[in-house]
Design a protein around this ligand. Structure first.
Ligand SMILES: [Zn+2]
Length: 125
C-alpha cells in the first residue's frame, strides 16, 4: 500500500537516461541514479550510462545537495519504521496462515464427529 506509493513516485523517470544533466567522460549524457548508502540515502547523483555494462568512465557528480544531519536522521528513522512494518506484516501473514490451518483442522474434526454421531444413531436403531 504505502510501499508501492513510495516506489511508484520515486521510480518512474528518475533513473532513466536524462536529456538534461552533465555529460560524462565518454561524452554521453550522464544517468541520474538514487544513492542508497547510509550516508546519502535518497540523494541523487549523475553517473556514466555504461555503468552496468562495465567499461564505464567512472564519472560521478552529485545531483542533489548534501542533506542536512536532521534530514539524514529522519530518513534513517523512516527506514527503521518501514523495516518494522514489513516485519509486522509478515508476522501477521504467518498468523493468518496458522489460523487458516487451525480452521481446516476444526472443520475436519467437526466432519468426523458428525460421522460418528450418525454411526451412533444408526446403532441405536
Ligand atoms: Zn561515461
Amino acid at each position: 500500500m504505502s510501499e508501492s506509493h513510495i516506489t511508484g513516485s520515486l521510480g518512474s523517470g528518475e533513473s532513466e537516461a536524462s536529456t538534461e544533466g552533465p555529460k560524462c567522460y565518454c561524452n554521453l549524457r550522464a544517468k541520474s541514479t538514487i544513492a542508497f548508502t547510509d550516508e546519502n540515502f535518497g540523494r541523487r547523483f549523475w553517473g556514466c550510462v555504461k555503468f552496468k555494462d562495465g567499461g564505464h568512465c567512472n564519472y560521478f557528480a552529485w545531483r542533489d545537495p548534501k542533506m542536512c544531519s536532521f534530514g539524514r536522521r529522519v530518513i534513517r528513522q523512516l527506514r527503521v519504521m518501514h523495516a518494522q512494518s514489513l516485519g509486522e506484516q509478515s508476522a501477521w501473514e504467518s498468523n493468518e496462515r496458522e489460523l487458516q490451518h487451525q480452521t481446516e483442522v476444526i472443520v475436519a474434526m467437526t466432519e468426523q464427529h458428525r460421522a460418528e454421531i450418525i454411526n451412533m444413531s444408526k446403532q441405536h436403531r
